[in-house]
Design a protein around this ligand. Structure first.
Ligand SMILES: [Zn+2]
Length: 449
């Protein structure tokens, strides 16, 4: 098979407009350069909009696959940093290309091969190390520009929220600079919202319903709209971005103090919602023996109709070892081995309870039998016979239990409070193996006969 001569071009979204960096410029330069050296490019691999700090780029991966298949002779690039901006990655790429005998031709002469001398390799590594910092520095420059603009009172955020309009900035001498100002017709609406929160402490959804009912501003209101108007800094004339904060940045609807008051009320309302931890106080770290603390993390997810919903994710965290486990993983492990015990719900019928106890007894017998056999206390024939017997009994009981299932609340259908009650009644202590992300030891409360 013919060995290919490839070219690789990459441009990140930040570099798009930079001279010499566009894909077509890179391609033209490479074609010309290769021609001079008597080469014809068989195929171009292009990654557009990808950063050089990651190797998770669609076409570089495809190209490396070609390399690993041994189909490649040469790869043309314009700059070494097109392949990678990460010096450790550059070093491993160097080894890969050396292994598969691929020659890298960089127009900028800033690529070192594995068999180049140490000086060349070092200087190329240094360049790529500096390169890595470059996008960071560009970001800092952009931020500095934004900060200057915000300081002058300009609205340098792309979004203009409900109730605001863009106006020329009276405080800036720079041409075309814009700021935002409240739309006068919106003042009564925002006043209503403020009143409903401060005087009545209505929840956001109720306020939204009232506003929609009154056809306020001819629109349908959501709780999110209400929360936005009550808490976002621009409504109190404040500017709050990571690069710059200021009060009195532009004209707002109400004072910063009013905003703080509303945030307090809304926050207080939110805090009422308590997180129920199924395993609070009973999970321990296997490594250090410490009790795990509970930390809720709120995750935003796209739910029905593309509406963002917040769902808490429950974690158990070992401060000592700095490791955490997701509750669903933990639950999975516990349910896997102790489902029957966990389902000892008080509402469960007596029959079911009896069956569950029976199954647990059978399982204990199987365990005992196995131990006896391994301790040479019983012979193989007896062991096999007994084991088959027990397994058959277990299967029968489980089948019967399954048939009864409809009488019992399924675990998933129980509320978290109910689940918590069951866990508390059935489990004494759970040890967590963070390496396997699963419970390693589960101590159960003895079942009362
Ligand atoms: Zn630990």
């Amino acid at each position: 098979m013919k060995q290919l001569i490839l070219a690789y071009e990459r441009v990140s979204s930040d570099e798009q407009g930079k001279k010499g960096f566009s894909i077509s410029e890179q391609q033209n330069d490479i074609e010309t350069y290769a021609m001079k050296r008597g080469d014809i490019i068989d195929r171009h691999y292009v990654d557009k909009g990808y950063s050089g700090t990651t190797m998770n780029r669609k076409n570089v991966k495809k190209m490396l696959k070609q390399v690993a298949d041994g189909n490649v002779k040469k790869i043309y690039i314009k700059f070494a940093n097109r392949l990678s901006r990460d010096d450790t990655m550059v070093r491993s790429l160097r080894k890969v290309f050396y292994k598969y005998k691929v020659e890298i031709v960089s127009i900028n002469e800033d690529w070192a091969a594995e068999d180049d001398n140490a000086d060349k390799k070092l200087s190329c590594d240094l360049v790529s190390r500096v390169d890595r910092a470059e996008p960071e520095r560009a970001k800092i420059r952009t931020r500095a520009g934004l900060m200057m603009s915000a300081k002058l009172g300009n609205w340098c955020v792309p979004t203009v929220r409900l109730g605001f309009k863009k106006i020329p900035n009276p405080n800036s001498t720079v041409k075309d600079s814009q700021t935002i100002a409240p739309i006068d017709e919106w003042r009564p609406t925002v006043d209503k919202i403020v009143k409903m929160i401060l005087d009545h402490q209505y929840p956001a959804q109720k306020i939204a319903d009232i506003l929609s009912g009154a056809n306020e501003q001819n629109r349908v209101w959501s709780a999110k709209d209400v929360l936005m108007i009550a808490t976002k800094p621009e409504y109190s004339g404040e500017f709050e971005q990571s690069y710059f904060k200021s009060v009195n940045h532009h004209e707002g609807f109400y004072s910063p103090e009013t905003r703080q008051e509303m945030i307090k009320i809304i926050h207080g309302r939110r805090r009422v919602k308590k997180y129920v931890y199924l395993f609070k106080g009973i999970v321990f770290c296997q490594e250090c023996g410490g009790l795990l603390t509970c930390i809720p993390t709120v995750k935003k997810r796209k739910g029905k109709n593309n509406v963002m919903t917040k769902t808490p994710v429950y974690y158990y965290f070992c401060k000592e070892c700095n490791k955490r486990i997701n509750e669903s993983k933990l639950l999975e492990g516990v349910l896997f081995s102790y489902e029957k015990r966990l389902l000892m719900n008080p509402d469960v019928s007596e029959d079911r309870k009896r069956l569950i106890k029976k199954i647990i007894k059978i399982e204990d017998s199987i365990e005992n039998l196995e131990e006896e056999y391994f301790d040479d206390l019983i012979d193989e024939i007896y062991y096999k016979k007994q084991r088959t017997n027990l397994l058959r009994k277990r299967k029968q009981s489980e089948k019967a239990l399954k048939e009864m299932q409809c009488e019992v609340n399924d675990w998933k259908n129980l509320s978290r409070v109910e689940q918590r009650k069951i866990v508390k009644r059935c489990l004494k202590k759970v040890m967590i193996d963070f390496k396997k992300e699963t419970p390693s030891k589960i101590a159960t409360v003895e079942l009362k006969e």
